[in-house]
Design a binder for this molecule. Structure first.
Ligand SMILES: [Zn+2]
Length: 120
């Protein structure tokens, strides 16, 4: 999973701004994730509640991200069910919301490598 550094920095700032509430959204891009959109809903370490049938359609959807209000970046069972429906790549942003506290997962909930791409 590849993401532009600026995009990762932006979503980490969003996660920090919403703390202690959780926030999530879609990751957008082609080969490299370079954009995102927030999805209204409830994201808790135990459950994910978003109205999937009310989302706009994003052609460049690559996956999702959401924050946890703790330092635990492991997916819950609800997260894993959500991941399987929502694209290939998923980020969980845990406290203190920096690039060391982010973990990337595939659609089966297995941890995958996160490659941060610097702008040229
Ligand atoms: Zn979660």
């Amino acid at each position: 999973m590849k993401i532009k550094q600026r995009t990762l920095t932006d979503i980490l700032k969003v996660a920090e701004a919403f703390y202690p509430s959780e926030i999530g959204g879609l990751l957008l891009g082609d080969e490299v994730i370079d954009n995102y959109v927030l999805i209204p809903g409830r994201y808790t370490p135990r459950s994910v509640s978003v109205k999937l049938n009310q989302l706009p359609i994003y052609v460049k959807k690559k996956g999702t991200f959401h924050s946890h209000p703790s330092s635990n970046a492991s997916p819950s069972r609800a997260d894993e069910a959500f991941f399987s429906k929502m694209g290939r790549y998923h980020l969980i942003l845990a406290k203190p919301y920096n690039k060391e506290s982010v973990k990337a997962y595939n659609n089966r909930g297995e941890e995958t490598k996160l490659e941060i791409v610097n702008e040229e």
